[in-house]
Ligand binder design. Structure first.
Ligand SMILES: Nc1ncnc2c1ncn2[C@@H]1O[C@H](COP(=O)(O)OP(=O)(O)OP(=O)(O)O)[C@@H](O)[C@H]1O
Ligand SMILES: [Mg+2]
Length: 247
């Protein structure tokens, strides 16, 4: 199993949109587990479900197994562990290593080809638990100055977490989102990221497509929609590029 964490401490940078579309694309040909680690529960909504008030992925911090939180989704091969809506990570002193330990004891890797984790826009125990199990971290970012700054901060967080755990850092990939090639600032931001992190770290960008937003409302994910759209094409392309890097 390959575990891919979608993360950026900056809010509204298409983490959830990326997690949902990647998980849905992968589930066409593989068995996929989606962990909705953001208590907002937007990834759960994106795959036709909703956050739970009683049992969700955060229940592992309260003594539940991970497997007992699994529920089916609109995609045959996609299993969801939904968000536990009112879980407050700051009420607990030490949550280190819980997800990693659940993965190991429940032999999660034997049941899925991919695990996709949507994370909250914070640097807390939820993000740290995710980084502990990550093979790759995908950082989506909107190509603005603060977007570029946030990529740097997130890359440092990945390396800092690895150093503290005494392990090699997960591979980091950077995904420009809501990219408009006609906006000079967007192109300049892309160049800055290429220069700072290396152009092979960057995926081809995802453009702006309102259907990527409205799919959450309609409960009709683009991947199941027969009509073609730019957003669908971009996320299909991103998934293929990621699969190449996972080889
Ligand atoms: N390529 C796109 N084109 C148009 N709208 C988009 C695109 N990507 C994301 N959006 C919209 O932008 C908003 C932010 O996206 P999303 O919720 O995925 O970000 P996020 O990083 O998960 O946010 P948060 O930090 O709150 O978890 C949402 O309303 C989403 O529907
Ligand atoms: Mg989100």
């Amino acid at each position: 199993m390959k575990t891919i964490v979608i993360s950026n401490r900056k809010g509204g940078s298409a983490k959830t949109t990326t997690a949902v579309n990647l998980a849905s694309q992968l589930a066409k040909n593989a068995s996929v587990l989606l962990l909705d680690f953001d208590t907002q529960g937007h990834a759960s909504i994106g795959v036709g479900s909703k956050p739970s008030e009683s049992l969700g992925v955060h229940s592992i911090f309260l003594g539940s197994t991970l497997s007992e939180t699994f529920i089916p989704t609109i995609h045959d091969r996609l299993t969801l562990s939904p968000a536990l809506e009112f879980f407050d990570v700051y009420e607990y002193a030490d949550l280190r290593g819980v997800l990693k330990s659940r993965f190991k004891h429940e032999r999660i890797a034997e049941f899925f080809d991919y695990c996709i984790i949507d994370t909250p826009p914070t640097f807390d125990a939820l993000l740290k638990n995710s980084l502990e199990v990550a093979d790759r971290v995908v950082i989506p970012f909107v190509p603005h100055h603060l977007g570029v700054v946030a990529v740097g901060q997130m890359v440092r967080a990945v390396y800092q977490s690895a150093t503290m755990l005494g392990r090699d850092a997960a591979e980091v990939d950077i995904l420009p989102v809501m990219f408009n090639p006609h906006i000079l600032e967007h192109k300049a931001a892309l160049e800055k990221v290429k220069t700072s992190f290396g152009k092979d770290k960057l995926f081809s960008p995802i453009g702006v497509d309102i259907k990527l937003a409205s799919q959450f409302e309609s409960g009709d994910p683009l991947v199941l929609n027969k009509r073609r759209s730019k957003g669908l094409k971009d996320y299909k392309n991103f998934t293929n590029e990621l699969l190449e890097r996972l080889k």
